[in-house]
Design a protein around this ligand. Structure first.
Ligand code: FAD
Length: 276
């Protein structure tokens, strides 16, 4: 049996004060990674700091800057929020592809990116939307572009005593369609073997892929072929993703299978967003 202390924070300041001073302390949002990880020995926590009821983190709104997704907002809320469905469908689809309905009722976007799994289903969509992570802590606030937030498997850009406060989908929004495509072993309630996000911006595309490198990555070679060189053969463009990814073999799939599926899903995704 694991033993740890639990504290429900009354405000953000208390949360980052504890995160700053205590050792082996973890924020708890939905707990769908943290508690599973603690039981499995991935996290050894002395103190768990519950932030999921903090009003400051429950904001889900559209304002002058864009769409603000507070750190305690659940994936089900994100997948059904009209401004996200209207302007960032790629993220709604990514959020909807996580686990099952009960999991998405607890799981947060912030938890998904803070866990820093290369397979996190909201990560690749956020890459294609140029999302910005708003960080808060006892030393002040700062922002980090989503592509700099992921450092490696299980490693993110947060310093000790910091929390993700929200994620911003900035204006101007993309003009064009977006989609998220996921290959997994079971077709439901499984992590991505490969996850592909495609977002069209007018006649340009942004492509990001998860579970094929130490962090989610942009498929820059594919983007360049289409956006700069005008490649209209999308299968040919998708094949260039091999230059951008470096998958491993694990229990979810072999390296070669991942190369293949990345190519297939990128082609399908581009065809889909170009049609709309
Ligand atoms: C059955 C099952 C199926 C799943 N399927 C999928 C799937 O298909 N795709 C997928 O991507 N994931 C999946 N997951 C993983 C998980 O549900 C997601 O990663 C989820 O979004 C995590 O969010 P959370 O709020 O539960 O995070 P938590 O478990 O509360 O936290 C995760 C980590 O982030 C830290 N953290 C949380 N919030 C903050 C914050 N605001 N600031 C700083 N650190 C913070 C925690 O300390 C912890 O280290 C699955 C999990 C389960 C149990």
């Amino acid at each position: 049996m694991i033993s740890y202390s639990y504290l429900k924070c009354k405000d953000l300041a208390q949360a980052y004060d504890l995160l700053d001073k205590e050792e082996q302390v973890y924020p708890l949002a939905g707990g769908t990674d943290l508690l599973v990880g603690m039981r499995g020995g991935k996290f050894t926590a002395k103190l768990v700091v519950d932030i999921k009821e903090l009003a400051e983190l429950k904001i889900l709104e559209e304002n002058d800057q864009g769409i603000v997704i507070g750190a305690a907002v659940t994936l089900n809320e994100i997948a059904t929020f009209k401004p996200i469905l209207d302007h960032a469908l790629v993220l709604a689809e990514g959020a909807h592809s996580v686990g099952s309905y009960p999991i998405r009722n607890r799981a947060t976007l912030a938890g998904n990116i803070c866990n820093a799994s290369p397979a996190a289903d909201t990560a690749a969509p956020l890459f294609t939307l140029n999302a910005i992570v708003k960080i808060t802590g006892s030393k002040g606030k700062r922002t980090v572009p989503i592509n700099e937030f992921f450092i490696g498997p299980g490693k993110n850009a947060l310093h000790k005593g910091e929390l993700v406060e929200s994620v911003l989908i900035p204006r101007p929004y993309p003009k064009g369609a977006g989609t998220y495509m996921k290959a997994s072993r079971t077709g439901s309630v499984d992590l991505a073997t490969v996850g592909v996000a495609i977002q069209r911006w007018d006649d340009q595309v942004q492509v990001a892929v998860g579970a094929v490198a130490a962090t989610p990555v942009r498929a820059i070679s594919v983007e360049k072929a289409i956006n700069e060189n005008g490649e209209k053969d999308f299968a040919k463009a998708a094949s260039l993703a091999r230059n951008d990814i470096s998958p491993i073999t694990d229990l979810r799939g072999s390296r070669e299978y991942r190369y293949h599926m990345a190519e297939v899903l990128i082609r399908r995704g581009i065809e889909k967003v170009m049609e709309v």
